[in-house]
Design a protein around this ligand. Structure first.
Ligand code: SF4
Ligand SMILES: [Zn+2]
Length: 397
């Protein structure tokens, strides 16, 4: 006769004394709490390693303001603007390099001190379905909440505000400069505006009151609550969707994919117009399977109408050993996106490529012809194709 092994239920229900039971339970709970503690310490040390220590120079405090969206934790403070959720002790500086805990309060040191101020065509953001040919006053302070190995603006994004050359430009002055230069919009851009949230928020609020639009050019790494507040003043966004793989996000960008997808959903839900940029970095984000998965997700969750820009990588920052993205790779990615059902798919950083133009998704005619950032012809009338009447989604004059 074959001896039956005891079933799991038998082992589980095996009679033990009350004392032995309590002993085992205590051991079990201790092991669990120890593991949770070890895990929390591990996560904390990972985050802590990106946190800077030491006093900010006194002259920087003239560009400070008490931060929005933070929680006091005794003498520590926790910022809730982005998924990094920095916990800062006294004088600690945040991962994004601009926030500091002073006497148990969280302050931003990036308020009214942009290190970049330019007037750009809106096409440069890139926003191809937003007031074509208009001008955007573009501003950035130092700082970023990610650490992309391929950053194009690392000189400012990976710097503290005391390490960049700054201009004094308070929110009311930002509006005046935009107005006096005939800019239809203000773009918060170049580094990562999530880092200078308070400056962007106050400027956006003022701009909106005065009929100037606000553009958020971003990595999308922001918490929902902060984004819901900001969305009230936003007219458009371009969100970098850096890949569709958590591991790549972790290694290439020091971030996570899921919060960025949440941002896309929130913008959609709030009715903010947005376009998406995907930079194809050779050996990192050039996997066609991943690109297809991303396009299918976008089509299902965001819809067919939000433009997708595949952008060409040029060797930069810590990835200078890689070649530029082959144009054929970008073209193949574009084909994958169109086949997935996305209506408007562009190729960026390849001057004069025909995929810089906007084509009607119904009749296929050229609607907006672009040469570099210049508009050569625009055949969209009242948001529709002049040839066949198809509606083209976006924000149009
Ligand atoms: S915005 Fe800056 S301070 Fe706030 S959680 Fe993100 S990285 Fe930390
Ligand atoms: Zn048409």
């Amino acid at each position: 006769m074959v001896r039956k092994k005891p079933g799991i239920e038998k082992l589980f229900y095996k009679k033990i004394s009350r004392r032995a039971f309590i002993k085992k339970a205590v051991i079990g709970i201790s092991v669990l709490s120890l593991s949770a503690y070890a895990l929390s310490q591990l996560l904390r040390s990972r985050v802590k390693s990106n946190i800077f220590r030491g006093d900010a120079p006194p002259e920087l405090w003239k560009w400070s303001k008490e931060a929005y969206h933070y929680t006091k934790l005794g003498n520590n403070v926790q910022c809730r603007v982005c998924p990094n959720q920095c916990i800062l002790g006294e004088n600690d500086r945040s991962i994004c390099r601009v926030k500091v805990n002073k006497n148990g309060k969280l302050y931003t040191l990036a308020y009214g001190n942009p290190c970049a101020v330019h007037i750009d065509p809106v096409e440069k953001k890139p926003l191809y379905h937003f007031l074509p040919g208009s001008r955007a006053l573009s501003i950035a302070t130092a700082g970023c909440n990610l650490r992309c190995l391929n950053c194009q603006n690392w000189q400012i994004s990976q710097s503290k505000p005391e390490e960049t050359r700054n201009t004094n430009l308070m929110p009311s002055q930002v509006i005046s400069v935009a107005r006096s230069n005939d800019c239809e919009s203000i773009a918060y851009t170049y580094s990562e505006p999530t880092a200078f949230y308070e400056y962007m928020y106050d400027s956006s609020k003022l701009a909106k009151q005065q009929g100037i639009r606000n553009l958020w050019i971003t990595n999308g790494y922001m918490n929902r609550e902060a984004l819901l507040d900001l969305s009230r003043y936003l007219d458009a966004a371009n969100v970098d969707l850096k890949s569709f793989d958590e591991e790549v996000y972790n290694k290439l960008n020091s971030g996570r994919l899921r919060p960025v997808l949440e941002t896309l959903r929130t913008l959609k839900e709030q009715g903010v117009w947005f376009e998406i940029t995907n930079l194809i970095v050779p050996t990192w984000t050039d996997k066609y399977d991943m690109i297809e998965e991303m396009c299918v997700w976008l089509y299902k969750n965001i819809g067919a109408d939000h433009p997708l820009h595949f952008s060409r990588f040029t060797p930069m920052y810590k990835l200078t050993h890689l070649p530029p993205t082959p144009v054929k790779t970008l073209e193949k990615a574009r084909r994958i996106a169109l086949d997935a059902g996305i209506k408007h798919v562009y190729i960026g950083n390849v001057p004069l490529h025909k995929a810089n133009n906007t084509y009607c998704s119904k009749c296929g005619k050229i609607l907006i012809e672009r040469k570099g950032y210049q508009i050569k012809q625009n055949n969209i009338i009242n948001g529709t194709c002049k040839y066949c009447g198809e509606e083209i989604k976006g924000v149009w004059f």
